[in-house]
Ligand binder design. Structure first.
Ligand code: ARG
Length: 570
């Protein structure tokens, strides 16, 4: 249990006993202003309102009854009825001394280990991955790592868009206009070009459109040649995407695309009809949500009147399959917020079907260009992920060029870690629900809330132990000595990292980890400025070394959980 959880539990219990109420919520939060303490109990205000009593009096009673042992200074009632809590330095010295000797940076495993499917990345076959898929890939990867670090059983699944009507056109286009040399050199772009050309032609010429439908029908009924072409498209896409995944350090446990569920679709529609969840309407099969005012006007089509199945049908089949094969407690769908309606409907259908795992849409906003509109190339085209990562490499290489003599053969690797790390961090450090502006200079800066700044803070701790001549030096668990104000404030921040980590996992908001890491790194730089380490003596020296080790350990744990490479030197 982390400090905040512990305090909240104590606060909740004490409110109940001291005020004689059955139910309460301590609502403990980190203090907004460190001058008033480290945490504050907020829960009395709402209770006072409910009971129509004086919150300050109630807070006084609770503060008097609070038993926090030697953990906190005597609690202080403040404002209209908050209680401020300040950790006692002696307690912190003990606690962090132990945490410093622990490789998990103070992060306890969860009370119950869960099986969690994370559905992420999920690009479409024969379409180049563009920046829209960047966010799903980066956020999904971070969530997998965070949950795994805690000890949950995580199944990362790339739900590839590898089935659908576009394949009729693609097959037709491929037969007519494929250019073998372009296909060898830039396969994805060529597939996209072929597809576009087929679309244009079919728009003008109904006979072509009819022919494409015929190709699709042949593919769906198992025709060998069309099947082979489709497999080729899938293979090319997977190979090309893999290059990007490798650069981002992303691995999937499963790559079960939409096609994988194809045979289940008729059964799904049958089941929905038989159980009365879906019914026919104007030739199509739909689910209506009369009982839900928010969805009442949005029926969910699971089979069109021409017999075709939908994105929705596949997603229902996927839940059925995941339930049977993974028995998950939770499924997280890391998908653009614009698909919110689809997921609301899907989750509602799943509940009607009796599935009770937690289904969560982890939505995210759009990446904007310098003009504040969705990001585009200068020519107004979609920005390809590959080009973007190339540019990250190039820019980072330029920035660290002047360190070549220090880094030697490592220069290229460092440039890559810094460039890609900067892109990943820029994405994750924002609240995922908001749009954000893509700004190369800002994200690559060594100053501010950026990937390079944190990587560099970690490198400082590493270089200290190199200077010490003992790179694997480990704290023994002795209490720390927090003498200087700068080491005291650093310590308080380090103690809060586990809270941030747990909260990020519970809410699927990785930026909470970024915020915490950034605060740690900033305080670490003040500590670095104010507190000599190697020239200190005795227990103070050991304590400062421990603080450096713990800071490094937290930065390392945090960055790796976000999917960002860490470095020994830069
Ligand atoms: N392929 C879809 C797209 O690019 C995303 C799929 C998300 N996952 C899901 N289970 N629906 O929009």
């Amino acid at each position: 249990m982390n400090i905040l959880q512990h305090l909240e539990e104590r606060a909740t219990k004490t409110i109940c006993t001291a005020l004689g109420v059955e139910e309460a919520y301590g609502d403990v939060r980190p203090a907004t202003d460190e001058r008033f303490g480290d945490y504050q109990i907020n829960g009395i205000l709402s209770l006072a309102k409910q009971l129509r009593q004086n919150p300050r009096d109630m807070a006084q009673q609770v503060a008097k009854a609070l038993e926090l042992g030697d953990m906190c200074e005597p609690p202080e009632v403040a404002g209209p009825g908050f209680i401020n809590l300040r950790l006692r330095t002696e307690w912190l010295e003990q606690y962090l001394g132990q945490v410093a000797a622990d490789t998990r940076a103070g992060i306890d495993p969860p009370e119950a280990v869960e099986r969690i499917v994370v559905d992420y990345s999920s690009p479409n076959v024969a379409k180049t991955m563009h920046v829209g898929h960047l966010r799903s890939t980066i956020i999904g990867n971070a969530l997998c790592r965070i949950l795994r670090f805690l000890g949950h059983h995580v199944i990362g699944d790339n739900h590839l868009g590898d089935w659908g009507t576009q394949f009729g056109l693609l097959i037709l286009g491929f037969r007519r206009f494929a250019d073998p040399s372009a296909l060898a050199q830039r396969p994805m772009e060529e597939l996209e070009r072929i597809y576009q050309q087929a679309v244009t032609l079919a728009d003008k010429d109904e006979a072509v459109a009819e022919e494409a439908r015929g190709e699709l029908f042949k593919l769906q009924s198992g025709d060998g040649e069309n099947r082979a072409l489709w497999e080729k498209f899938v293979r090319i896409t997977l190979e090309e995407n893999d290059k990007i995944y490798q650069r981002l350090g992303v691995h999937f446990d499963e790559v079960l695309g939409e096609s994988f569920y194809n045979d289940l679709l008729p059964g799904v529609v049958d089941r929905l009809l038989k159980s009365g969840i879906a019914r026919e309407s104007q030739g199509a099969i739909c689910v209506f949500f009369e009982d839900d005012p928010e969805l009442a006007d949005n029926p969910y089509i699971v089979q069109k009147s021409d017999g075709a199945f939908m994105y929705s049908t596949t997603d229902i089949a996927t839940i059925q399959y995941r339930h049977e094969h993974f028995r998950p407690h939770r499924i997280l769908y890391v998908v653009d917020s614009r698909q919110a309606l689809h997921f609301r409907q899907l989750f509602s259908v799943a509940r009607k079907m009796g599935y009770c795992m937690r289904l969560e849409h982890i939505g995210f906003g759009t990446i904007l260009g310098p003009d504040g509109r969705p990001i585009r190339t200068r020519e107004g085209k979609a920005v390809y992920l590959e080009n973007l990562l190339d540019e990250a490499d190039r820019r980072a290489a330029e920035i660290i060029r002047n360190r070549e003599d220090k880094l030697g053969g490592e220069t290229q690797r460092v440039a890559r870690a810094v460039g890609i790390g900067a892109v990943i961090y820029a994405d994750l450090s924002q609240n995922r629900l908001s749009d954000y502006r893509f700004d190369w200079d800002k994200m690559l800066s060594f100053d501010g809330n950026t990937g390079p700044y944190l990587q560099y803070a970690l490198v400082r701790t590493r270089s200290l132990f190199r200077k010490l001549g003992d790179e694997s030096w480990q704290p023994t668990g002795n209490p720390l000595r927090l003498e200087h104000a700068s080491e005291n404030t650093l310590a308080r921040e380090l103690a809060r990292f586990p809270e941030a980590f747990h909260r990020a996992a519970q809410t699927s908001f990785p930026h909470l980890i970024c915020d915490s890491l950034y605060r740690v790194a900033r305080r670490f730089s003040l500590f670095w400025r104010d507190c000599p380490v190697l020239t200190a003596e005795g227990p103070l020296r050991e304590s400062r070394l421990s603080l450096c080790r713990l800071t490094g350990n937290i930065l390392q744990t945090g960055l790796q959980s976000l999917g960002i490479d860490t470095l020994e030197r830069m």
